[in-house]
Ligand binder design. Sequence first.
Ligand code: PMP
Length: 366
Amino acid sequence: MNRIFNFSAGPCTLPLPALEEAQAEFLDFQGTGMSVIEMSHRSKEYDAVHMEAMDLVRRLYGVPENYKIMFLGGGATLQFAMLPMNLMNKKSDGSGGSIDLTLTGAWAKKALADAKLFGTVNLTFDGSDSNFMTLPDPAGLPVTDGVDYVHLTSNETIGGVQWQEFPDTGDTPLVCDMSSDFVSRKVDVSKFAVIYAGAQKNAGPAGASIVIMRDDMIERCPTDLPAYLSYATHAPKDSMYNTPPVFTIYMIAKTLGWLEKQGGLDAAKKMADQRAELIYGAMNANSEFYSCPVDAKCRSNMNIVWRLPSEDLEKQFVAEALAEGMSGLKGHRSVGGCRASVYNAMPVDGAKALADFMGEFAKKNG
Ligand code: PMP
């Protein structure tokens, strides 16, 4: 077996022990004579997996009792639609509600496009002026009177900017897309009305989004939505209203179980900072060769982006890195350059290998 350092942005590297456990029990889950993906989602064996996956999210984040955890199909992209559909309150004249949104990059832009279908969206920050390379000061972020909620993207997976602190929006509900830094650091869940994330980065494979929602938000959901599209359908049924994405949820339990054994979110943050220090450190040590376009005060420790002096050198860098056992370093097609996605399961040794390679490559080609 030759496992390489996989820097892909998601789906991405997962903890080896989680994969090995799944492999060992894949054909015969707990002596049932069948795989976990062959059994009824109503069986007691699957039910225990499902509830443990939910409980792990609750334990890791210390999610208060007045929040529900949901596992939903459709990825974080479906949440771009479901959130405004459920939480942008229609006015008595039938017109849509309104929200504030911080336009911080490609993912916030997608959230914006869907929200606009349901009402008014005020951009309280528009990063397009600075090519999405910076974030606003959270303390100075305005909140428009009377909006239904404020939407943030905690980490922009493509641009590589990450909120280091979150704004205090007072009584206005704060809704946050944490797809690419979910369970990578402690957050005070009680400051958020909704946290959501696609599973396929820090939490497991693709196939589900994880939604943490305060009870009063669920109570707001209109009653005239199709069943699957309403949080009020899923929350009281613990995401068992219909057949849930069982394999993904099973792998979430394995992945988050591994994280808990590593020491939970404190350990995740410590490892993330170590990886980021190594990679940004290699850039700084070779600053005539590598440049990081992102404002230093909001550089992500999950998706690290940089440029080389030319596109040809970038291609050569990605190809030579692959030959050295490091894959997935090409930047997103929309922005070019290089990107290392260094999620929870990336060993610090992987970041060290990349940092060493960056140093050698700069020496040879600079
Ligand atoms: N938000 C962010 C920050 C993301 O990185 C992604 C996917 N990379 C999405 C939303 C969309 O997630 P999905 O592919 O699960 O729909």
